[in-house]
Design a protein around this ligand. Structure first.
Ligand SMILES: Nc1ncnc2c1ncn2[C@@H]1O[C@H](COP(=O)(O)OP(=O)(O)O)[C@@H](O)[C@H]1O
Ligand SMILES: [Mg+2]
Length: 258
């Protein structure tokens, strides 16, 4: 076994014995997500009280895994951990370049991921301050983002709109449009990957997530991405029987009076 692996394993064992990680099942998930730096970062976040315990995975995505965590005050938190091995660096570079907030010129993968996570954190913060319903960001460190947990008191995570039973799609659409409008006009951001997969439904309220690629509206490709977001939302609500065109949604978001 090479020294890198055994070192990661040591930290993993330590976290298991201190009951920071719940079970071996997480360890199995762990072995593909948690390289040494990730484990060190996790351990630091644990010592700082942000993550007292890491429970099971809510989602294993292409680039990131999202876990249910518990902080030192027994509150649920969502822990999103980007995997250094499978992230789409080309995409990250495209979205980070041209954003005046991130003038980084790096091809170093780890630095890019860290900037990416930082971007998601700052986008969430900016959206939250503008009144958009998003998970409140708590802390970002290296490739790990800790944020407000969207779910119920038992620790069951809210489902994405795509997998939810929507009782009143018209009402939901109005709320989604209102959030898109606040994001664009107040936060000055375009989400860039908005669809029914990145909207969670909590108590009939939409919560917008996964905003790492979100960019300021003066970014050269912001307009194109806004239109794509609008198209996605139009299609997703059409499937639910709502008759609305992309043009109508657009005119509500870009209300020239506001
Ligand atoms: N704050 C959160 N609270 C509860 N569940 C979340 C939260 N953030 C993400 N999730 C869950 O994790 C999944 C993936 O998160 P997301 O940010 O969309 O990452 P990905 O890049 O993998 O799409 C979501 O569909 C949702 O089920
Ligand atoms: Mg997503």
């Amino acid at each position: 076994m090479d020294s890198k692996i055994s070192k990661a394993d040591d930290i993993l064992q330590k976290m298991l014995s201190e009951k920071r990680l719940k079970s071996v099942e997480d360890k199995r998930v762990g072995s593909e997500v948690f390289d040494t730096i990730t484990l060190k970062t996790l351990y630091k976040l644990a010592n700082d009280g942000y993550i007292h315990r890491l429970n099971g995975a809510i989602s294993t995505g292409k680039e990131a895994n999202v876990f249910t965590g518990i902080d030192k005050n027994d509150n649920f938190v969502a822990v999103k951990i980007y995997r250094v091995t499978t992230s789409d660096f080309k995409k990250m570079q495209t979205y980070i370049q041209g954003d005046p907030r991130f003038r980084i010129r790096t091809t170093n993968k780890r630095q890019l991921i860290n900037a990416w996570v930082n971007k998601e954190f700052r986008n969430l913060q900016r959206a939250d301050e503008a009144g958009v319903k998003v998970p409140k960001p708590i802390v970002a460190k290296n490739n790990i983002l800790v944020m407000e947990y969207i779910g119920d008191e038992e620790g069951d995570a809210a489902l994405p709109m795509r997998h939810s039973d929507i009782k009143n799609p018209e009402e939901l659409l109005n709320k989604v449009i209102n959030n898109m409008k606040l994001l664009y006009t107040k936060a000055g951001l375009v989400h860039g990957d908005l669809s029914s997969y990145n909207i969670l439904i909590q108590d009939n309220e939409p919560v917008i997530i996964d905003i790492s690629q979100g960019m300021t509206k003066d970014h050269p490709i912001a307009e194109e991405l806004l239109n794509r977001d609008i198209e996605n939302i139009t299609k997703d609500f059409k499937k639910l029987g709502v008759k609305i065109s992309a043009k109508e949604i657009r005119s509500e978001i870009i209300d020239l009076k506001s």
